[in-house]
Ligand binder design. Structure first.
Ligand code: SAM
Length: 251
């Protein structure tokens, strides 16, 4: 039995990482969208929390110092080397081993929907950001098609289940109570791109640990029913992924 998300992520990390390695460009719109909102510039220190296997790094501009925080040992082993002065930290999101006011900006991509108390994480981000530092929080919106896919189909097709607590209407007030001014709150389409349906099904099966899925095509059909697909015949299939992104500054 796996009863905490820490254990579940340790168990799922290798397959998740294999999906990201096999199709490193599939989620490029997500990485570009969060960085467009964060707008980091050379010389800044950018915190990536949770970093998973370090996928944001490839999209950062030159001369940005990447500080990766990842709580699950299964993921942190994939973070790679700490070149360019980067820092790789395996620690809790709610108690990061970083000094106060030591980073300029923070991204949290798809990382808070399994946290038992998100406010502890938001306060920790506020602590480590310098005054006026920026925070982009990007995750699945409550009641969205993506939420339905994850807590519906993926919950059934993954023998460990999927029970995400997504971003609801309380999120801006929660961020405000933790010391942030929310300057934008948007639903951002960031479609996942593949060359064909088999690739899409293979990627999602690994990323979401869908060990009970009958076939890659069954995964693709579920994605089509819930999230939606669009096609450019002979060239690409895109899964209509979409995330809520809140852009904030710390007071
Ligand atoms: C969907 S992955 C996202 C990783 C990366 N930011 C990305 O976009 O690919 C979720 C991440 O949240 C971390 N995480 C979230 N909740 C957790 C919890 N309760 N315990 C341990 N790790 C957790 C996982 O370790 C993992 O890195």
């Amino acid at each position: 039995m796996f009863d905490t998300y820490s254990q579940i992520f340790d168990r799922r990390a290798d397959a998740y990482h294999a999906a990201m390695r096999a199709h490193p460009l599939a989620r490029h719109h997500e990485f570009e969208a969060v960085l467009q909102r964060l707008a980091p510039v050379g010389g800044e220190r950018v915190l990536d929390a949770p970093a998973g296997g370090g996928y944001l790094k490839a999209w950062l501009p030159a001369r940005v110092t990447w500080i990766a925080v990842e709580p699950a040992a299964g993921f942190s082993g994939h973070l790679g080397g700490a070149d360019r002065g980067d820092r790789l930290l395996n620690c809790a999101l709610e108690a990061m081993v970083l000094p106060a006011s030591s980073v300029d900006a923070c991204v949290s991509l798809a990382g808070v929907h399994h946290l038992p108390d998100r406010s502890l994480f938001y306060r920790e981000v506020a602590r480590v950001l310098r005054p006026g530092g920026r925070f982009v929080l990007a995750d699945v919106a409550t009641d969205s098609p993506v939420a339905q896919f994850l807590n519906g189909y993926c919950n059934e097709a993954n023998s460990m289940g999927h029970d995400g607590c997504f971003l609801g209407e309380e999120t801006p007030a929660d961020l405000d109570a933790c010391g942030f001014d929310v300057v934008a709150d948007e639903q951002v389409p960031c479609p996942w791109s593949f060359t064909n349906r088999a690739e899409l099904g293979y990627f999602c099966r690994l990323l979401f640990g869908l060990d009970r899925a009958g076939s890659a095509e069954a995964v693709c059909a579920a994605a089509e029913r819930t999230v939606g697909l669009d096609f450019e015949p002979g060239r690409s299939v895109r899964m209509a992924w979409s995330l809520r992104m809140l852009t904030c500054t710390v007071r």
